[in-house]
Design a protein around this ligand. Structure first.
Ligand SMILES: Nc1ncnc2c1ncn2[C@@H]1O[C@H](COP(=O)(O)OP(=O)(O)OP(=O)(O)O)[C@@H](O)[C@H]1O
Ligand SMILES: [Mg+2]
Length: 228
């Protein structure tokens, strides 16, 4: 099943009066269960692309279909709902809420959805924290966790609602190579065990080698797209 389809997507930013073309016509189709890296030099458009797919920004032209729905046909409320329900985000800088514990950070997306009982929330959060290797650290706040552990909390937070698609913008950029590889191995494990579709950007060749599909972006265009 197709999770995502982009046709002729462009994005031009206006910087003062200067138009900055960030994406110059992206065609891309992602099937359920794929594990895809987007690679490319700084400024090539990786973050722009992930932000458009994640409903955080809108394209200048072209079509983005997520789970069969055309995003440009939806209003802000509908987009926010899709983002909450169907997309998990993992950020470079983890973006955990500092005053909340690991458990509370992970349960937050479920609480925001407002459709789960207390018992269901507890069960799901404990299960996913165990799966990412954080059993026993549930009551720690982010400041008392290592970078690698914080990123594991962020992965648990992205996965706890069982989204159709997980987007990650340079998820290992703030980690040393050992922790970076461990995070990729964990993402790949979640992909294989749960069938979650991952789309992540990276500069790092050590991270790219975990990808099953590698898309190379240059100057706002896809230059190469290979499955392996
Ligand atoms: N808000 C903005 N306003 C103006 N120009 C922007 C904005 N965001 C990005 N750009 C420009 O769009 C282009 C693509 O940027 P983008 O952040 O998507 O690249 P990237 O591949 O993620 O780079 P990096 O690897 O450094 O994160 C760049 O030329 C950038 O300067
Ligand atoms: Mg970027």
């Amino acid at each position: 099943m197709k999770v995502l389809e982009l046709q002729g997507v462009t994005k031009t930013y206006l910087h003062g009066r200067v138009e900055v073309p960030a994406l110059r016509g992206i065609d891309l189709s992602v099937e359920e269960g794929e594990f895809t890296a987007i690679a490319g030099p700084s400024g090539s458009g990786k973050t722009t692309l992930l932000n458009l797919i994640g409903c955080l920004d809108t394209p200048t032209s072209g079509s983005i279909r997520l789970g069969g729905r055309e995003l440009s046909a939806l209003n802000r409320t509908q987009l926010a709902y899709i983002r909450r329900l169907e997309i998990g985000f993992i950020f470079q800088t983890y973006n955990l809420i500092p005053v909340l514990t690991a458990f509370e950070n992970v349960e937050l997306p479920l609480r925001l959805l407002g459709r789960f009982s207390e018992a269901e929330i507890k069960k799901r959060v404990e299960a996913i924290l165990g799966e990412v290797g954080l059993a026993g650290l549930e009551s720690r706040k982010p400041i008392d966790l290592s970078g690698g552990q914080q990123q594991r909390v962020a992965i648990a937070r992205a996965l706890v609602k069982e989204p159709k698609l997980v987007l990650a913008d340079e998820p290992t950029a703030n980690l040393d190579s050992e922790n970076g590889e461990a995070i990729l191995a964990l993402m790949r494990q979640m992909n294989e065990e749960k069938g979650v579709t991952f789309l992540f950007s990276t500069h790092d060749p050590r991270v790219m080698k975990y990808a099953r599909r590698l898309i190379e972006v240059r100057d706002g265009r896809i230059e190469k797209d290979e499955r392996r």
